[in-house]
Design a protein around this ligand. Structure first.
Ligand code: TRP
Ligand code: ZN
Length: 469
């Protein structure tokens, strides 16, 4: 078995991400205006400077979407409930492409303009700090995916029978107006209408579905906080399977018929995988689970969409374990800056190694050793995982494999007992919220009583191949 990696071949075409950084540096300064300020056009993340916005915090998204799979037209109404974190004369949402026809703030018409991926909204009245307000955006158009700095596509990706909808790192803005940085998590309701015979799958639990006039509406609800990149509204001709696990988790699987035969034996393992991960990482963080197995041969990756990972084809067991582990690491405990991506990918990759180790396969130590034999010139050592350096590198081998190696070295330093206590405390203590690398390091030191900054610095931040451990 080669060391697992979720990387599509397409990602190897790196595109330099320096231009957006410069642009954002200019835009980032918000000039105070009389009696209030404009919200910033970005959340301050140097890897994706225009992702997210400043000045408010979204509590809830209510998305009502109709999609015509024939013409590929999307008709949407988004209602965002948000809280002003400072006095706002105007604020931005992220929205790329599509046509906005109306914006209201607290039911009153607001003026708006488009500026690249920013939808700039000026409400009739200033929003005072701490005020909860409601923004309604009516929009339509033909959504298109965004091309990421690494050359891959994310967002609304049309397929031959619907759409594969995956938003990591910045694709949410291709299908709804959003505060599109993972710092801002929110609850979601989805009302999705598609032609009869198609299924529209989002996150959380299915509240109901009904068919009328040749169209079917699906209502989905995700009550636990969710980062926008983990939202989906994937549409296709799917075979649906529903059941409740022994632990009371509601499972909803949607599988493209072309992938059904290959997917079945792997999906059958989902309850056992979630039970195994719950033993290791603490209780499963959500009430719903499942999978969407699409047939999207051009996509080249899977995504850990919250409660219900999204696969571009039938997954293998390693991939199922990986995306399931993300439910704890990434989805429930979410990063606050994209440079911390190893907290997602290193952990999910290490979960694969642990699964193999505990299910009759090779030990994590042997997986580590096999990687460590790679010469210093290998791409594995091209940059350190703790700060990959740009948005183009966040899904590279150093993040996945060396990130997992860092965890393995931590395990060797503190011993199994403390290592698994650390993983559980991380998932439990930050459940439904956020976590940073510095917080993880502090937790590891506190739990083990050991000084670990040397080890973590070597494996996470030091360029080049670390010396033999
Ligand atoms: N987070 C995904 C995983 O590891 C991978 C992924 C999501 C990805 N979006 C991407 C990879 C875009 C490349 C490009 O399961
Ligand atoms: Zn992953």
């Amino acid at each position: 078995m080669t060391p697992p990696s979720r990387q599509p071949a397409r990602r190897r075409t790196a595109v330099l991400a320096t231009v957006p950084v410069a642009v954002a540096a200019l835009l980032g300064a918000t000039a105070p205006t009389a009696g209030g300020t404009a919200g910033a056009p970005g959340a301050g993340d140097p890897y994706f400077p225009l992702s997210g916005n400043g000045g408010y915090d979204v509590r809830h998204y209510d998305l009502t979407l109709g999609y015509d799979t024939g013409s590929r037209r999307l008709d949407g109404t988004a209602v965002l409930t948000a809280r002003a974190t400072r006095e706002l004369t105007r604020f931005d949402l992220d929205l790329k492409g599509l046509t906005v026809t109306a914006v209201t703030v607290d039911r009153t018409g607001a003026s708006f303009r488009r500026d690249g991926q920013e939808l700039v909204v000026t409400p009739r009245h200033i929003l005072r700090t701490g005020r909860t307000f409601r923004v309604t955006v009516a929009y339509h158009g033909t959504p298109k995916p965004v091309t990421d700095p690494d050359g891959s596509a994310d967002g609304w990706i049309p397929t031959d029978d619907g759409a594969f909808v995956a938003g990591e790192p910045q694709g949410a803005m291709t299908w709804f107006p959003v505060n599109g940085h993972p710092k801002d998590k929110a609850a979601y309701d989805f009302t999705l209408t598609v032609p009869k015979g198609r299924t529209a799958v989002a996150n959380g639990v299915l509240l109901g579905q009904h068919t009328a006039h040749g169209r079917t509406t699906f209502r989905w609800r995700q009550t636990r906080p969710m980062a926008a990149y983990l939202a989906t509204a994937t549409i296709g001709r799917f075979r649906v399977e529903r059941y409740t696990t022994r632990d009371g988790i509601q499972v909803y699987n949607a599988v493209d018929a072309r992938e059904a035969r290959a997917a079945a034996p792997v999906l059958k393992q989902l309850p056992a995988v979630l039970a195994w991960e719950s033993k290791l990482f603490g209780p499963y963080p959500f009430r719903a689970a499942g999978a969407v197995v699409d047939h999207a041969p051009d996509v080249g990756y899977a995504l850990e969409t919250q409660t219900r990972p999204l696969y571009d084809s039938a997954p293998d067991l390693d991939t199922l374990v990986h995306e399931s582990a993300h439910q704890w690491f990434g989805d429930s405990v979410t990063l606050t800056a994209w440079k911390d991506i190893w907290l997602n990918e290193g952990f999910a990759t290490y979960a694969e190694w642990l699964y193999t180790e505990q299910h009759g396969g090779r030990s994590a130590q042997r997986t580590f050793d096999a990687l460590y034999t790679r010469p210093a010139s290998d791409g594995l050592w091209a940059y350190p995982p703790g700060d990959p350096g740009s948005g183009a590198r966040i899904f590279g081998t150093p993040v996945y494999a060396r990130g997992a190696m860092a965890l393995h070295e931590l395990r060797r330093a503190v011993g199994d007992r403390d290592f698994f206590r650390i993983l559980r405390a991380w998932a439990t203590g930050h459940r439904g919220g956020h976590g940073t690398t510095a917080q993880f390091a502090r937790l590891a030191e506190k739990t083990s009583g050991k000084q670990l900054d040397g080890l973590l610095h070597t494996w996470l931040y030091t360029p080049g191949k670390p010396d033999r451990p």
